[in-house]
Design a protein around this ligand. Structure first.
Ligand code: SF4
Length: 327
């Protein structure tokens, strides 16, 4: 295949706000995602970061077709997600999977591990006999580091980290090419977060997977991602190769986010200047005019209040949307 495995073009997702006795009157919209575009190459991990509520989870869900798009589109392995139906849609569902933030809420508590992991095999009619499906479940359990003798247990009998491994095994069952990892470690104990990240890296090497890694832990994103995209209030503000973004962040919002990440070297940590963001993230129901970041930006000028900054390449492969960033 040539070209990127995943292409997201001007993807927009607004959630209508309704009113009236039977909620039939649309009175506004939560503009969760507004015209987001990016690409992910085969085998690459793109990190999608930003504060809570910036729309990054909605991007992941909408690009997979779990939410209908308000406008724009996503293309996975040359198939247009929101325009596909029937066999093509099933093909996308098989090729693109999701690992959820809360491993417990995403697993059916009444089903055994075997039933949970083999569900995609049944849905996609991938293996005909029960014996073949059982063998595949055992193979997947081994792949994610779980004991095959536990396949007839229920989710509540496992720890948080083990449950996330069950979720990962389920995502792998249909042999996907692309996985959206939606904050896969943020609900886990710090002591096991690294284990799950290491497992995701190992699986990527072993199976040639492509990831969109949605997260707010910027240290972990630096560890696992090849490229990083930063969102603020429903829009993309910066994207670059990982080291370029962490070492030379250009957008004031990215600079503020990174200045809050602790440095391992105590001398560097003491010496550096922090950018403290003032105020809260504005409401996505009525986002600020011009640059959405202007009410909190420490270097905003008048123009920022009225003019939407253009998305520009400011260094090779490094894009940002800010009036004041020069090449
Ligand atoms: Fe700040 Fe203006 Fe740049 Fe927006 S466009 S980030 S408000 S300087």
């Amino acid at each position: 295949m040539t070209g990127p495995l995943v292409r997201v073009e001007e993807l927009t997702k607004h959630f209508p706000i309704t009113s009236g006795v039977i909620f039939d009157r649309v009175v506004g919209a939560v503009r969760a995602v507004d015209g987001v575009s990016f690409e992910i190459q085969k085998g690459e991990t793109l990190g999608l970061v930003g504060e809570s509520g910036c729309g990054k989870t909605t991007v992941g869900r909408t690009l997979l077709g779990l939410y209908p798009a308000t406008s724009g589109r996503s293309i996975i392995d040359n198939l247009s997600v929101h325009e596909s139906t029937g066999a093509e849609l099933m093909q996308i569902r098989r090729k693109a999977q999701m690992i959820f933030q809360d491993p417990y809420a995403s697993l059916n508590p009444r089903w055994t591990v075997n039933a949970i992991i083999s569900e995609p095999l049944r849905v996609h009619k991938l293996l005909a006999s029960q014996k073949e499906r059982d063998d595949r479940v055992k193979e997947l359990l081994e792949l994610v580091g779980l004991n095959v003798r536990h396949m007839n247990r229920f989710p509540h009998e496992f720890s948080g980290g083990q449950r996330q491994r069950i979720g990962i095994a389920r995502a792998l069952a249909s042999d996907p090419l692309f996985i959206v990892c939606d904050e896969p470690i943020s609900a886990l104990d710090v002591s096991i977060q690294a284990q799950v990240v290491n497992l995701l890296e190992k699986l990527q090497d072993h199976l040639g997977l492509t990831y969109l890694f949605v997260a707010h832990d910027l240290s972990m994103v630096r560890h696992i991602c090849d490229r990083v995209a930063v969102m603020y209030l429903g829009v993309m503000v910066e994207t670059a190769e990982r080291d370029e973004l962490y070492e030379k962040p250009r957008h004031p919002y990215t600079q503020a986010l990174l200045s809050a990440v602790p440095l391992p070297d105590p001398r560097k940590e003491r010496a550096r200047q922090r950018t403290i963001l003032v105020g809260d993230v504005p409401s996505p129901i009525n986002p600020p005019s011009g640059c959405r970041f202007h009410p909190r930006c420490p270097i905003a000028v008048d123009r920022c209040k009225t003019e939407v900054p253009k998305w520009r390449e400011v260094a090779p492969g490094h894009y940002t949307a800010c009036h004041l960033v020069t090449e």
